[in-house]
Design a protein around this ligand. Structure first.
Ligand SMILES: NC(=O)c1ccc[n+]([C@@H]2O[C@H](COP(=O)([O-])OP(=O)(O)OC[C@H]3O[C@@H](n4cnc5c(N)ncnc54)[C@H](O)[C@@H]3O)[C@@H](O)[C@H]2O)c1
Length: 503
């Protein structure tokens, strides 16, 4: 199926933040673009704002002046919906209210030709529901752009229950022709990104609420060990706590209050007290003038142990063994089958976070998962109060000898990066099993839509198919709320059932 020809008109209805961005994308791709907004004068203002953005592209040398002038001439504000009659595609970006969108599309259907594609940019409404009032809902599709649309490459192409395959493939091809990276997904709450990203925030907030660990330390661990560009606390301060919480609540409510998506009480308090983040001057952190940003908790220097005994190959943290040797610490390798732990000279053990608590065992310190132990700047350790001081000091000294900063946490099952990556994988595989999207599209969406260093499926593949399964089984036992109950998708994947692609 080919993309809509650039000679054909694209109409954008609702010319706020998203409408302007989408119009700019279609315009730069070469289409004539018509703008319409319910508020008189706003479409004209939007055309001026888009024109000003094109001017800046010319100033930066990213667009020729002739190209800008031609694009500007193709951009036409409309005063009446009837002026959209010759559109080959209408993208709607109006208020996020079902009745408003339904009414608009019912009107549009009377105006445009039968082969005109109708698309909604909704983030949280059901595409099937928005199409509910249409006579011919087969030509209706979700085209979910991300803000700012001209810059972010991801577009989720959402098929509602009535969307024709031809409509979805044409919309996909058109987004691709516009230079975007479209992914296909089914019409389930949160589509791909807004659904699968929930644990990134929720696990960090839960560790903060349940274990009293400060936001700066959790952010630093997810950044410096997990490889995420920003931690969840600083990121939600940037997004706005109200905006982030609204997405969480919408997904949670749409899934009939599933414990998997349960919102955070601590975040609720922020929203209620209007501590919305950067925009209000205070969120998890203060942005008041002169306010010092708290730093993460760093353990003081400790001596490295002279030797460690490795039981097993330490997979999926196997690279640590070579790194320890390179640091001049003797590694005595014991029977490969015996387990996956390091025994320290104190007799205590150092074990990769597996969802259990240190207090259940004698003298065990857990260390957190890292995206890449070589490049990680920080490693978190977690220990029960009963752990010997020597064991904790030797564990700290060991990672410091590898050049890492160390954050010592209380006894947190699944720690921080490990539980986050396991939960992201669980939700991603659940979405694959439910035919929301293919594993490949989910990985692409999470890398492009929220900038994850690896897609959740490929990340879990790298860790081994039973890794998340075992970690979540232990977490579920430690915290039996249902939040960590493993999904059918994870089950099928862990046991090697072939997963069919949704695409
Ligand atoms: N802002 C984001 O980050 C983002 C990201 C992805 C998707 N979305 C979705 O995009 C849509 C628009 O969001 P936004 O942030 O651009 O909103 P916005 O408030 O910036 O703009 C909405 C525009 O729609 C106009 N409008 C309202 N009702 C209308 C109607 N019946 N007919 C024509 N115009 C009407 C308003 O006058 C306004 O100009 C929403 O569905 C939202 O969920 C937003």
């Amino acid at each position: 199926m080919t993309a809509i020809d650039t000679s054909r008109t694209v109409a954008v209805v609702g010319t706020g933040t998203m409408g302007q961005g989408i119009a700019q994308v279609a315009l730069v791709a070469g289409h004539p673009v018509r703008l319409y907004d319910a508020v008189a004068g706003r479409a004209g203002e939007a055309a001026d704002a888009i024109g000003a953005r094109l001017d800046r592209l010319v100033e930066k040398g990213r667009m020729g002046a002739g190209e800008r002038d031609a694009a500007r001439a193709r951009l036409v504000p409309a005063v009446d919906l009837a002026e959209l009659a010759d559109a080959a595609l209408v993208v709607e970006a109006v208020l996020e209210q079902l009745a408003v969108k339904q009414e608009l599309f019912a009107e549009l259907e009377k105006i445009v030709a039968d082969d005109c594609l109708l698309a909604t940019n909704t983030s949280s409404l059901s595409v099937t529901a928005v199409a509910g009032a249409l006579r011919a809902p087969g030509r209706f599709v979700g085209l979910h752009f991300f803000n700012p649309a001209p810059l972010l490459p991801l577009v989720e192409v959402v098929s509602g229950h009535a969307t024709d395959e031809e409509t979805a493939t044409r919309a996909w091809a058109t987004a691709a022709a516009w230079g975007k990276t479209p992914v296909r997904c089914a019409d389930l709450p949160g589509f791909i990104v807004n659904r699968i990203a929930r644990p990134f925030y929720a696990e960090a907030f839960a560790v903060h609420e349940e274990h009293g660990i400060d936001p700066a330390t959790i952010d630093a661990i997810l950044r410096e060990s997990g490889g995420f560009a920003m931690g969840p606390f600083e990121l939600t301060d940037l997004i706005g706590q109200d905006v982030n919480e609204a997405v969480t609540r919408s997904v949670w409510e749409s899934f009939f209050h599933s414990p998997k998506f349960q919102p955070s009480l601590a975040q609720r308090r922020l929203v209620e007290s209007r501590r919305l983040g950067r925009k209000s001057g205070h969120g998890w952190f203060s942005y008041a003038e002169g306010a010092a940003r708290p730093g993460p908790a760093d353990a003081g220097p400790e001596d490295a142990p002279e030797y460690v005994i490795a039981e097993g190959d330490l997979a999926p943290a196997a690279e640590l063994i070579g790194m320890i040797r390179e640091a001049g610490i003797t590694v005595r390798q014991e029977d490969e089958d015996k387990g996956t732990r390091l025994i320290l000279p104190s007799g205590g053990q150092l074990v990769l976070a597996d969802g259990q608590i240190s207090a259940e065992f004698r003298d065990v310190v857990y260390f957190d998962l890292a995206l890449d132990y070589r490049t990680a700047g920080r490693i978190a350790l977690s220990a029960a109060a009963e752990v010997q001081q020597d064991t904790l000091a030797q564990a700290t000294g060991l990672f410091q000898a590898l050049g890492k900063r160390v954050s010592v946490l209380p006894d947190v099952p699944g720690m921080i990066v490990a539980r986050t990556v396991a939960m992201l994988g669980d939700l991603a595989l659940d979405a694959v099993a439910r035919r929301v999207a293919s594993a490949e599209d989910i990985d692409t969406a999470m890398r492009l839509g929220v900038n994850y260093p690896l897609g959740p499926v490929e990340w879990n593949e790298k860790l081994g198919r039973d890794w998340a399964w075992e970690l979540l089984a232990n977490l579920h036992q430690a915290v039996p709320t249902g939040r960590y109950a493993r999904t059918l998708g994870l089950h099928q994947w862990s046991y090697g059932s072939p997963l069919e692609d949704a695409s």
